[in-house]
Design a protein around this ligand. Structure first.
Ligand code: ZN
Length: 177
């Protein structure tokens, strides 16, 4: 989907949202994952760089949009066997830029808002980190054939317990629509 070339530049940390919308800016770049402290705290490890794409555009109703995509490989603890499991995390999101709460409330329901600061700036790295965090599973697990828990014996009660649907996954899916 996205190339993983080493020459790719870093994504800017802060950008002028409305200005980039006016020129329909397309940005692609990397984020240094060492600086994503919340993602580090929520996982056991992450690719050194997260590949990101950000498009700035307006919809038919003239809302200013940030359309983002990013992907990263993270390591978490499998909730079935407690060994490390490597997961591909992909996020796609669309956010409407607003200057205040009133503007946010006036948005149609299908749009989620992101607040600009008083100078119209967006903290791009923070936004991408937020979106990645939303994509992390609450119950990370190996695929069934690869999980150590299955090789230790057929009677594993815990395997049933962790198969509940994850409400946060459902939220994350709704968000992406
Ligand atoms: Zn496992």
């Amino acid at each position: 989907m996205m190339s993983r070339t080493m020459t790719q530049a870093l994504l800017p940390k802060r950008v002028d949202g409305p200005k980039l919308v006016e020129v329909n800016q397309h940005l692609s770049g990397k984020i240094d994952s060492k600086q994503l402290t919340r993602l580090s705290a929520a996982t056991l490890g992450c690719d050194p760089f997260v590949e990101c794409v950000a498009d700035f555009d307006r919809d038919d109703e003239r809302h200013r949009l940030l359309i983002g995509r990013c992907e990263a490989k993270v390591v978490m603890e499998c909730q079935r066997c407690l060994e490390d499991v490597s997961l591909d995390i992909r996020s796609e999101f669309t956010l409407a830029m607003v200057f205040n709460d009133d503007q946010a409330k006036a948005l149609p329901k299908r749009l989620e808002s992101i607040e600009l600061d008083e100078d119209g700036r967006l903290e791009l790295w923070e936004i991408f980190e937020d979106e990645l965090l939303l994509c992390l599973p609450d119950f990370p697990m190996h695929p069934e054939g690869e999980c150590q828990a299955y090789s230790t014996g057929p009677e594993q009660d815990t395997a049933e317990e962790v198969k509940r649907p994850n409400p946060f996954d459902v939220l994350a899916q709704l968000k992406q629509k």
